[in-house]
Write a protein that binds this ligand. Structure first.
Ligand code: CUO
Length: 670
């Protein structure tokens, strides 16, 4: 179960089973008196011997066992793709379990964890197999590592029940002299990083076509990351910092340094830092040889394709970048995924960018240094350069979007539907409408599962994160036609930048952050629509991010958790609102009710229940549940002096003033 230890448990027909490999991570443990059964004994009902499998040929895997595995690295990605295929090809569950146990002992644990989880997510017969949350598998990548020693001591020396909750320090990566530190609560949030890891798990870039070929995956790569950048920029305004500058001149030094201090669980070394003013160099390492010049050539070719309105596929055909497919094709080209129509010509811009930035401290490996946080989807969002790099990537997508025709009246309007008002009000209080509240909160995460050779049971540590008082929207609508359906699209838009200067409509639309999107059934006449903040289709609840699956105390709890496994993907609910500021920061709360006849997607599969965060993560085995372009209506250029004037043009839109007040106190865990 633990990353570097032998054996793992699986669940079959609701029962736990202990699967023992026929060899161990190191044979030394086999003969020693380690009582594996008692170590895993508490929740193990059945022990099954490992099925005798035909030993797979793993010689294609060259990723070092004790070095980082990177999904942005072309070699690693290709090898992971082959391993996922191997896992998916196992004809039945017990062969898969045997194969997984065999492979786990022999390869890089993070690579194993990734490929195994992708396989579990995609095999029809593993619906009941639990995968623990990544932060609990590899806690050293998510929390300040000095507490891990205490966690081990607590877990080993103190009986379960008497163990104290350890405190994960805040603000441990820099002091206030470093202005970027003001955003560390966002960049280093455990839930934010877990979401990002999970998103890339649900949408792998390379592997069998059943895993890669998902509806609008390229467009979702664009949209989910665009929303991260919009959120980050709004969060910067809240902290009196300007928007992030795109990292688009690769020859220019990078003023932002970053020293993550977290540990690699594979070799107990800290992830390398980056000094201020580092400059990108050509990579010449065993992991890859990429040049800055290649990155520039790929960028130019992609810009050329956008300007010409078509890409050239591998056979020389022109594929139009039109309003239906253009953004999806560009997403697959830029990420890139296996669906890129011409990787030779357009390269692997975004992924290689991550990789080169991840080795900027040691581009030719002369210091034997491993990759930095930018090279790992579980940690990349901690580094300020992530946002600068993704801003550059986003600007390429935006250039394409700016060339699309504007939406017409018919697409934007919903004739006969009038949205009279929208209001957001903190639930369970007599507070003012349209004034929301943020503060710090302490919550617990269980570290025990990820401590190799560590304790039984749980060891909880508490971390401090942003939180908001739960609230509810009320939308008043008049429908002058018969009963019909619409889609409510709620966005939060900044009014001013970090200096208090008003933003243009064009800036606002690109900074609009999606809060929620849901179907509404409108009756004839007046309608009052209520919607709670925790129902948002971009977020998942706190428990989903952090509850330890293996520790669910009852079979029901475990079943419930396994049903929601796919749904580990989703923006953390506690980060739904930007922080605002102590004086109260002003926003526009925008709602549109669009005509459902233009939104509807007829699903061909009946999928899982798991669709809480469908806006950011799609639906498992189903089509993306909204026919409009992602980000509609803000993804294209709009006409109007400002947001209110734009919204007044259409009866089916409404805007309210909203204040977000931040209270700088820490509320203890609930
Ligand atoms: Cu998610 Cu750059 O893609 O990190």
């Amino acid at each position: 179960q633990r990353p570097l230890e032998p054996a793992f448990t699986s669940r079959d027909n609701g029962k736990s089973a202990l699967v023992l490999p026929d060899s161990y991570y190191t044979d030394r443990y086999k003969g020693e008196a380690i009582e594996l059964e008692s170590r895993f004994g508490d929740n193990v009902d059945t022990k099954i011997p490992l099925r005798d499998i035909k030993k797979p040929d793993l010689s294609f895997i060259t990723v070092d066992k004790k070095k980082h595995f990177s999904l942005f690295n072309e070699k690693h990605k290709t090898q992971a793709g082959r391993l996922i295929q191997l896992f998916l090809d196992a004809p039945d569950l017990s062969t898969f379990a045997g194969l997984a146990a065999y492979v786990k002992d022999r390869i890089n644990p993070v690579m194993f964890q990734y490929c195994y989880t992708v396989a579990v997510e995609h095999r029809p017969d593993t619906k009941d197999v639990n995968v623990p949350p990544i932060a609990q598998q590899f806690p050293s990548q998510f929390v300040e590592p000095s507490i891990l020693k205490d966690a081990r001591a607590e877990g080993t020396l103190i009986r379960q029940g008497n163990r104290m909750v350890l405190d994960i320090p805040r603000n441990y990566t820099a002091n206030p002299r470093e202005l970027e530190q003001r955003l560390s609560y966002f960049r280093e949030d455990i839930g934010v990083n877990m979401h990002h890891w999970h998103w890339h798990l649900v949408y792998p870039g390379r592997g069998p076509s059943t895993v890669i070929n998902k509806d609008r995956r390229g467009e979702l790569f664009y949209y989910m990351h665009q929303q991260i950048i919009a959120r980050y920029n709004v969060e910067r305004y809240c902290n009196a910092l300007p928007s992030v500058r795109p990292y688009n001149n690769l020859r220019e030094p990078i003023p932002e340094g970053y020293f993550p201090k977290i540990l690699s669980s594979l070799n107990n070394r800290t992830y390398p830092g980056r000094t201020a003013s580092a400059t990108l160099q050509d990579l010449n390492r065993e992991e890859g040889t990429n040049t800055v010049a290649d990155m520039e050539r790929w960028t130019d070719r992609i810009h050329l394709a956008i300007d010409q309105g078509f890409v050239t596929d591998a056979r020389g055909n022109q594929v139009p970048l039109d309003e239906q497919r253009g953004i999806d094709i560009l997403g697959n080209i830029i990420e890139p995924s296996d669906l890129s129509p011409n990787p030779q010509l357009y390269g692997a811009l975004h992924g290689v960018g991550h990789d080169m930035l991840a080795y900027i401290h040691d581009p030719d490996a002369r210091f034997l240094e491993d990759l930095a946080v930018m090279g790992d989807v579980a940690t990349a969002m901690r580094d300020p350069i992530f946002y600068r790099w993704h801003c550059n990537i986003d600007n390429i997508f935006k250039k394409h979007k700016a060339l699309m025709r504007q939406y017409n009246q018919q697409e934007l309007d919903f004739s006969g539907v009038r949205v009279n008002s929208i209001e957001a009000k903190i639930s369970s209080s007599r507070s003012q409408p349209n004034t929301l509240l943020t503060y710090w909160q302490k919550s617990d995460v269980d570290l025990a599962a990820g401590l190799d050779f560590g304790p039984n049971g749980n060891v909880f540590a508490s971390f401090t994160h942003l939180q908001h008082a739960p609230f509810e929207y009320t939308i008043n609508v008049t429908n002058s036609g018969g009963p019909r359906r619409g889609t409510a699209r709620i966005f939060l838009c900044p009014k001013t930048d970090e200096r208090g200067a008003p933003l243009s409509l064009n800036d606002v639309r690109q900074l609009a952050i999606e809060m929620d999107k849901f179907t509404v059934n409108l009756q004839a006449g007046p309608n009052m629509i209520k919607r709670r903040s925790d129902e948002s289709t971009i977020t998942i609840p706190f428990e989903r991010s952090f509850r330890r699956v293996g520790a669910a105390d009852t079979p029901q709890a475990t079943d419930e958790l396994s049903r929601f496994r796919f749904c580990g993907c989703g923006w953390p609910q506690h980060m739904l609102l930007p922080k605002g500021n102590e004086a109260g920061m002003q926003f526009d709360l925008y709602v549109m009710i669009s005509d459902y006849t233009g939104d509807e997607v007829r699903q061909t599969n009946q999928g899982d229940v798991c669709g809480d965060a469908s806006s950011f993560c799609g639906l498992k085995d189903q089509l993306y549940p909204d026919r409009r372009s992602m980000g509609f209506p803000f993804d294209r250029v709009l006409t109007g002096q400002n947001l209110s004037q734009f919204a007044q043009t259409y009866g089916n839109m409404s805007v309210s003033n909203l204040t977000i007040k931040f209270n700088d106190t820490i509320v203890d865990r609930t």
